[in-house]
Design a protein around this ligand. Structure first.
Ligand code: ATP
Length: 416
């Protein structure tokens, strides 16, 4: 059977992954064997999410009714019911919910009624608390099937420490990533000298290590020195797989979906108030602006260095009429040419315009020339893939290091 849970936390406390880890232990203690735990990331553009739009599914063997009772008790004990936007959902199903529902929940929007119709068809046990919105994520989690998959090792704090400053040794995290990269990623951001895997929110997570398989995340975890974790859980997940992206065409983009699309730079990029950078790209059927926000740090320099005519491929979510850039592939670069009035061949002084369509004239000796002089400056970027730094990466975005793609100038920077 699959057990799905979602929407148990609030910005002030709890995390559905922690609740999943606690439930897995309680099920095992009651003789219900948990074979696998899944951390399922859903559409990152859903506005009522608390943080990363995660839901949890457990693959288990045993009595569904006992499992349902245990799961309800766990939610009633741990979920933050007092928070306005917390609407927990729990599903236990022996029959598989169609995977299409999971795929739609990752790339698009679903309704609670669509979820409960599928649950009724499958004869599932389910319960939605408060407005029951959590049933959408809980149902999608039970329907999850990953075409591509990664893993996350999560370590949790004891409840008396929630909200206090975390102790996780930064040097040990750096050693962990250096020893296990490229099989793990996003433990630290070397370029920006930031620890990425330790949250700053008042929830139960102590740290989370992402990697390609259980062996590598466990190996990486072995390096970490920290306060004592009260429990630890390895989740199989769709994080870092780009599964939120759909092939898109400029002119036919829909708000709240995430895309992978091609275009040609239409105009020089602009830096806006707050340091955000905007570049507009064009295709046969329209234009779209692409944003590199301030938290994407050095990635903005890559975007700023684009010129009209460069061919690019971009990935990111389409929100409020713009693509919020996650990755950028420069496919072709135009020459950076500038036209100047030519030098006079007689007196080697700069000529000036002789008037509209009349060429150039030397003001000293009267010589004439018809064409301007062209200078070509070297381009400051190269063809290839670029990505936002790990400190600004979204959960579902595939890191280039995982995709095996070259990262121009992307080696580890200075130590933290
Ligand atoms: P948590 O740690 O609890 O998982 P979160 O950031 O994942 O926090 P939630 O608190 O779960 O966010 O809120 C997301 C809500 O959005 C849930 O109620 C979930 O059922 C719902 N939801 C998720 N994906 C979709 C979707 N594609 N369409 C509509 N609703 C969705």
């Amino acid at each position: 059977m699959r057990i799905g849970i979602d929407d148990t936390d609030s910005p002030r406390t709890m995390c559905t992954t922690y609740l999943g880890a606690v439930l897995a232990r309680r099920l095992n203690e009651s003789g219900i064997r948990v074979n696998r735990a899944y951390l399922v990331r859903l559409n990152p553009n859903v506005t009522f999410k608390t943080r990363g739009n995660a839901a949890i599914a457990l693959d288990a063997e045993g009595d569904p009714k006992i499992s349902f009772r245990l799961a309800c008790r766990c939610i009633e004990e741990l979920a933050d019911f007092g928070a306005e936007n917390t609407h927990p959902g729990i599903v236990v199903t022996e029959e598989k919910i169609p995977t299409a529902f999971f795929q739609r929940a990752v790339q698009d929007y679903c309704t609670r009624e669509e979820a409960t119709d599928l649950l009724d068809d499958a004869g599932a046990l389910y319960r939605g608390y408060k407005n029951g919105r959590g049933l959408i994520g809980a149902t999608a989690a039970t329907a999850a099937e990953f075409v591509d998959t990664t893993y996350e090792w999560l370590s949790y704090r004891s409840m008396d420490r929630w909200g206090s400053e975390r102790y996780v040794d930064a040097a040990s995290l750096r050693a962990s990533e250096l020893a296990t990269s490229p099989h793990t990623w996003d433990t630290v951001d070397f370029q920006n000298r930031v620890v990425v895997c330790v949250p700053h929110t008042p929830d139960p997570v102590l740290f989370g290590i992402r990697g390609s398989n259980p062996f590598w995340v466990a190996k990486a975890r072995g390096f970490v020195r920290s306060e004592f974790p009260v429990c630890e859980q390895i989740y199989q997940t769709n994080q870092g797989t780009d599964s939120h992206l759909m092939k898109g065409t400029i002119g036919a983009l829909i708000e709240g979906r995430s895309y992978d699309l091609f275009g040609t730079v239409a105009a020089r990029p602009e830096t806006l108030v707050g340091g955000h950078v905007r570049v507009t790209i064009v295709e046969e059927y329209g234009t779209v602006s692409c944003m590199a926000f301030e938290p994407t740090k050095g990635f903005r320099d890559i975007v700023r260095s684009l010129l009209p005519g460069d061919r690019v491929r971009v990935t990111g979510s389409y929100k409020r009429g713009s693509i919020n850039l996650e990755k950028l592939c420069i496919e072709a670069l135009v020459e950076d040419t500038t036209l100047h009035p030519p030098l006079c061949p007689e007196c080697v002084r700069r000529m000036t315009s002789a008037g509209r369509a009349k060429g150039y004239k030397c003001r000293h000796c009267g010589s004439r020339a018809s064409s301007p002089m062209t200078t070509v400056a070297p381009r400051t970027v190269q063809i290839g893939w670029y990505e936002v730094p790990s400190c600004a990466r979204r959960h579902l975005a595939m890191p280039l290091i995982r995709a095996g793609l070259r990262i121009p100038d992307g080696g580890p920077g200075e130590p933290l």
